[in-house]
Design a binder for this molecule. Sequence first.
Ligand SMILES: Nc1nc2c(ncn2[C@@H]2O[C@H](COP(=O)(O)OP(=O)(O)O)[C@@H](O)[C@H]2O)c(=O)[nH]1
Ligand SMILES: [Mg+2]
Length: 300
Amino acid sequence: MVFVASTDVDHLVEFKYRPRIKAPNGAPGEGSKRAGRDGEDVILPVPVGTIIKDLESNEVLCDLRTTGERFVAAEGGRGGVGNAAYATPTRRAPRFAKPGLAGEERTLILELKTIADVGLVGFPNVGKSLLISKVSRARPEVADYPFTTLTPHPGVVELGGYRSFVIADIPGILEGAHKGIGLGHQFLKHIERTTILLLVVDASPFCQLPPREQLIILGKELKKYSLPLSLKPRMVAFNKTDLLDEASREALERAEKYCRRLKMTSFRISALRGDNLKELLETLYARVYEERHPEEPFPL
Ligand SMILES: Nc1nc2c(ncn2[C@@H]2O[C@H](COP(=O)(O)OP(=O)(O)O)[C@@H](O)[C@H]2O)c(=O)[nH]1
Ligand SMILES: [Mg+2]
């Protein structure tokens, strides 16, 4: 039974529907001293980032971080030895043989490591990095040009009273859109590993795309990709509201109406001035809490 990290799978849902997996048996030996066929390996592809633990000891057996990495979870049993092997000149056909042994059996826990509770998604330059650096100790580079690294920058948001969650700036969306590239694969793998998406939108008059159009394009890009991704809970942060003028305020109101129609909670914030960040974080935390404890109501 071999687990292999693969970029072709994004989640572990298959294992939920197929909790018991058995490798096929080998075949018994045959006449004319022929050995039976060996049992075949079962190859189980899992997403990169899957951790495999032993159910009983809770010990981490492996952390499949790179594509193609393998973990042999259970060995097949040794085959038996036929009576021909025990033949002697005086006993040509012994009436005994050594039976094959059963293969290993074990119960494992598969976990897909998330990089963050909240993943920030937005066009370049909308203020994702500045927001992260304002609400956590992470210090991603803040730049007034579209920054193009594809590494997420997770930061811990502390709200006091042991309440905290991880937020990650995930650059990459539409960075190559002008070249018709759309979402990078790397980027998608990162947001797969977050629980909630915060769509960050530039509401300032200096942004070429009005906020509602930014949301529509982000929504389309996310939908193009996959079902699990399009089902993730979303919230919206309209950023740079310190720069609003009359026209951009109206455009923002249209975008807010669009959010209400899609039942997405939205906030007007300024990462630069710190406006409304507390309210945004508290609401995000409440949503993260719900995701972590789906069966309990959020304590008010
Ligand atoms: N006026 C104003 N500028 C902001 C605000 N948030 C970010 N910026 C500026 O927008 C630029 C891009 O910010 P950055 O965080 O690097 O954007 P990212 O590409 O989304 O990570 C920087 O020059 C920031 O200082 C804001 O709330 N108000
Ligand atoms: Mg950035």
